[in-house]
Design a protein around this ligand. Structure first.
Ligand code: AN7
Length: 359
C-alpha cells in the first residue's frame, strides 16, 4: 500500500528537540531519494557514489528540513513574522513555510545576486523582499540586528532549530544504506548543512546505529572559500551564488565537525563547478543548480589529486534543484548560448537534421 511520507518532524519526532505539543508546520519535506551514480563512482574511482537529491524537497532545496522545525517552533512561541538573510534558497523556504503557517515573512537578499527561480518563489509565497545594497554577510548582520530589536523571529541557520531539522538528512542516509558512508560530501556556504549532517551522524553513532562516522568533506568555490583561506573573505565572488558567502555563520561547528570526523575542506573553481554541473545532468540524470555541484566537483578534484577512493562508499548531498537557476544549462563549456535547432514539420528533413539514416 502506498505510504505517504509525513515530513521530517513526524517521521523523526523522537530524535528531534521539539516539545510534545508543538504545532507542526510541514509541507512534506524530507524522504528524498538516495540515487546511485555509477558513472560518477567510476570517474572518481570509488566503489559506490550515491547522491542525496535534496532538490526533491517541497521548495526544491535542503532548506525545508530546517525550516519546518524553525517555523513550527516560531509558531509555538507565538511569532507573527519570521525574518532571514538569504542567497536565495533560505528565502524561498522561509516564505513557503510562513505562508503555510499563515504568518509574514521578511527576506533580505543581496542586490541582484540571487537566482531568478528563487526570487520568484519568495514573491510567489508573498514574502516582503528587500534587496540590500551589500552581500550576504551584510544581510545576515542586518537580519540578526532586526531580530534582536524588533518582533521578527530569525530563521537563519544561526537559529539552532534549523540545524536540528537538517540533521535528518544524515538519519535518512543511514536508514537507507543501513550503515554510514566512508565519506559524506557537501557544498559549503555558511556550513550549516555540513554541521547538521555531522550532528545527525554523531547522534547515530552515540545511539549505536552506526559503527563509525563518515569523514565530512566540504567544498567551497575558490573565490568564496574562507575555510581553505583560514578566515573570512571580504568580497566573495563565484557564479555559484547560493554559496557566495565570505563569513560562514557555523564556523566553529564546522571546524569541530571536520576535526572530529577526520574530514577536510577544499575549494574548486567556477569552471570545475560548471563542468560537474553538466556531468551530473548528462551522466547521472540529476539536474542541480551550479552551487549544488560543488561537492561532487570537489570529490572529483580530490580523486585527481591522488585521493585513493577504491572500495569506498561515498554519499554526496546535492542541495538544490536545477530549475532554480536554469539558465546555466543553456550555455556550453565556452559560455556560448545553446539553442534548439529550428526545423520544419517534414519528417525527412527532421531525420536529416538528427543525422538519422533511413532503415
Ligand atoms: C543550493 O539560502 O545560505 O553551508 O541563504 O542554497 O548550509 O550555507 C544557501 C546555501 C549549498 C550552502 N547549496 O549551505 C541561503 C544559503 C545550496 C544552497 C548551500 C546553500 P550552507
Amino acid at each position: 500500500m502506498a505510504h505517504q511520507w509525513r515530513g521530517v518532524i513526524r517521521e523523526y519526532f523522537d530524535r528531534l528537540d521539539i516539545e510534545q505539543d508543538s504545532p507542526i508546520i510541514t509541507l512534506g519535506e524530507g524522504g528524498t531519494p538516495l540515487v546511485e551514480a555509477p558513472r560518477l563512482a567510476t570517474l572518481v574511482g570509488a566503489e559506490r557514489v550515491l547522491l542525496k537529491v535534496e532538490g526533491m524537497n517541497p521548495t526544491g532545496s535542503f532548506k525545508d528540513r530546517g525550516m519546518t522545525m524553525a517555523v513550527s517552533k516560531a509558531i509555538g512561541h507565538g511569532a507573527k513574522a519570521v525574518i532571514c538573510a538569504s542567497t536565495g534558497n533560505t528565502s524561498a523556504s522561509a516564505a513557503a513555510y510562513a505562508a503555510a503557517a499563515g504568518i509574514t515573512s521578511v527576506v533580505l537578499v543581496p542586490d541582484g545576486k540571487i537566482a531568478l527561480g528563487k526570487l520568484s518563489q519568495a514573491v510567489a509565497h508573498k514574502a516582503q523582499i528587500l534587496q540590500v545594497r551589500g552581500n550576504f554577510d551584510d544581510c545576515l548582520d542586518l537580519a540578526r540586528d532586526l531580530a534582536d530589536n524588533y518582533p521578527v523571529h530569525l530563521v537563519n541557520s544561526v537559529n539552532p532549530d534549523r540545524i536540528e531539522g537538517q540533521k535528518t538528512g544524515a538519519f535518512e542516509v543511514v536508514d537507507s544504506l543501513g550503515f554510514a558512508p566512508d565519506m559524506h560530501v557537501l557544498p559549503v556556504g555558511n556550513a550549516g548543512n555540513y554541521s547538521a549532517y555531522f550532528k545527525g551522524y554523531a547522534e547515530d553513532l552515540a545511539e549505536g546505529r552506526i559503527k563509525a562516522l563518515p569523514q565530512m568533506w566540504g567544498f567551497q568555490a575558490e573565490g568564496s572559500a574562507p575555510f581553505t583561506m583560514g578566515g573570512p573573505v571580504k568580497n566573495p565572488e563565484t557564479i555559484a551564488t547560493a554559496i557566495r558567502i565570505g563569513n560562514p555563520a557555523s564556523w566553529d561547528l564546522a571546524q569541530n565537525a571536520r576535526s572530529v570526523s577526520n574530514g577536510l575542506f577544499g575549494a574548486v573553481s567556477d569552471k570545475q563547478i560548471l563542468w560537474m554541473h553538466r556531468f551530473l545532468s548528462q551522466e547521472v540524470g540529476v539536474f542541480v543548480e551550479p552551487s549544488s555541484a560543488t561537492g561532487a566537483a570537489g570529490l572529483y578534484k580530490q580523486s585527481q589529486q591522488g585521493a585513493d577512493l577504491a572500495g569506498k562508499t561515498i554519499v554526496v548531498t546535492v542541495t538544490g534543484h536545477g530549475l532554480k537557476d536554469a539558465l546555466w544549462a543553456l550555455k556550453d563549456e565556452d559560455g556560448n548560448e545553446i539553442a534548439p535547432t529550428s526545423v520544419s514539420t517534414n519528417a525527412d528533413e527532421v531525420a536529416e537534421s538528427l543525422g538519422l539514416v533511413r532503415k
